[in-house]
Design a protein around this ligand. Structure first.
Ligand code: BGP
Length: 471
């Protein structure tokens, strides 16, 4: 385990910030993700949010009002002993349409005050530049990342924040879970499909533009501050073959490659042959210029950030049940129990995933999301006895420490997801809680907004104080 291991927590603007109309902020993707049954088709890019009925609620707009509570919330993070805090900037707070000649000073000032508050407590800011977040204007005008124009808009935004926070932010992450573009294209990257389009071709072209943008942002960040580190990030989780049937093993390898594809480019600097072959087979032409190839090669990521919630499993015999509730299709793994949302619980899979990533890339890893979404009950004593969450975190931290101490995987830090309860990305609801801090708010946005320490709050405070030695 590194001596300077960065223990902390993670959130993102799109799920907790609120203040969606404050200080000149422009509309963003999250502002049009509805609550209820229309959420999934909108996130998948197969339903246009402009056709949603009157009266639809958009829970991401209000989040948990971190915007109005950040001093109080950061004080609670400091009380837990956080050494770092991962959060994201809302792009449209800084460039409301993405195309202004000058940034919105009020938006920059908000993040400056926010970062100063963290630094006052000695908490290292880890900033995700784009966490499922894009000014809606860029979606409407250009069709989002399918257009090269969005690379320029992203780089203008990057330049402004890299310069403004040059002396305050040392760790940047270019895109949250970049591979989510393949699974939930509108939520992840603002991609909505038009009739007659080949969705796979659109997604790979958008992915290419994000990859070039990520490489150019890495270059720019290093030019502006040679001491900063820029990471890429994937939704990770090894894919197991259900059996030793060679077809199962082959299929698990293909599924793993869906995520590796992005990191192969971001960490190694070139498109892997298996991707080029896949494009050929699918009749897809991705517009990749020689200049793009040079950019990708010359500007690889300094570290690989990842989220890990669960492993996955594939079987090719057409038998058995599917594991429910996850955006990644998976066969049910009979050796694992599942969360209330059907996500398998697999701490050993975490160790396997960390080893697999480190073997493949030999770059430092940063675990920037992990955790258990669960329904919490506030007791009459106004506390939450979340032993199930403590169990999940304990076993996962153990697995991570084994990867570091016994297997030699270089891990920079650990920031469990949703350290304060926030709006769930996939369900859009509050009832799927990850936090060590309870927020008194229900699925319809009602509640006092009061922040309450859960049992896991005190447990995690001790974990950090002991540097993970006493779980
Ligand atoms: C990841 C996202 C987060 C977060 C988390 C949990 O994919 O990066 O934004 O929400 O998953 O997912 P959910 O909120 O759907 O339980």
């Amino acid at each position: 385990m590194r001596k300077d291991f960065l223990w902390g927590g993670a959130t993102a603007a799109n799920q907790c910030e609120g203040g969606w109309q404050a200080d000149g902020r422009g509309m963003a993707i999250v502002d049009v993700l509805p609550q209820g049954e229309n959420r999934l088709p909108v996130m998948q890019g197969v339903m246009d949010y402009r056709t949603l009925p009157e009266g639809t609620r958009y829970p991401g707009r209000d989040g948990i009002d971190l915007y109005g509570h950040y001093k109080q919330d950061i004080a609670l993070f400091a009380e837990m002993g956080f050494r770092c805090y991962r959060f994201s900037f809302s792009w449209s707070r800084i460039f409301p349409t993405g195309e202004e000649a000058q940034p919105n000073e009020a938006g920059l000032k908000f993040y400056e005050d926010f970062i100063d508050e963290l630094l006052r407590y000695g908490i290292e800011p880890i900033v995700t530049i784009c966490h499922f977040d894009l000014p809606l204007h860029l979606v409407e005008k250009y069709g989002s990342w399918r257009s090269r124009a969005v690379i320029d808009a992203y780089l203008r935004y990057c330049e402004v924040i890299f310069r403004r926070f040059r002396n305050k932010v040392r760790y940047w992450i270019t895109f949250n879970e970049i591979n989510m573009l393949m699974h939930l294209p509108f939520m992840g990257a603002g991609i909505r499909f038009e009739a007659g389009e080949n969705p796979l071709a659109v997604k790979y072209q958008a992915a290419h533009h994000e990859l070039v943008a990520s490489a150019l942002a890495t270059k720019l960040a290093h030019e502006i501050n040679p001491d900063c580190q820029v990471g890429c990030m994937i939704a990770a989780g090894s894919v197991y073959p259900y059996s030793c049937r060679p077809e199962d093993v082959w299929e698990s390898m293909q599924k793993d490659r869906e995520a590796y594809f992005f990191i192969d480019v971001q960490a190694r600097g070139a498109y892997p042959n298996y991707a080029k072959k896949l494009w050929e087979r699918e009749g897809i032409t991705v517009d990749v210029t020689e200049e793009d190839e040079r950019i990708l090669k010359a500007n690889t990521a300094d570290f690989i950030a990842l989220s890990y919630y669960n492993s996955r499993c594939v079987r090719t015999d057409g038998q058995g049940e599917a594991s429910g509730g996850n955006v990644f299709a998976s066969a049910k793994n009979p050796y694992l129990t599942c969360s209330q949302w059907g996500w398998p619980i697999d701490p050993m899979g975490f160790r396997i995933t960390l080893n697999a990533l480190y073997d493949r890339y030999e770059k430092p890893l940063f675990v920037v999301e992990n955790g258990l979404g669960a329904v919490d009950v506030l007791t009459p004593e106004r506390t939450v006895e979340d032993d199930y969450r403590i169990d999940y975190l304990r076993t996962h931290i153990q697995a991570m420490m084994q990867a570091a101490d016994e297997d030699g995987v270089d891990i920079m830090g650990y920031t469990p997801w949703g350290c304060i309860d926030l709006v769930s990305a996939t369900t859009g609801e509050m009832s799927k809680r990850y936090g060590m801090i309870y927020v008194d708010q229900d699925n319809d946005g009602h509640g006092t907004g009061e922040r309450i320490r859960k049992k896991s709050f005190y447990w995690y405070r001790d974990v950090i104080a002991n540097n993970g030695e006493n779980l």
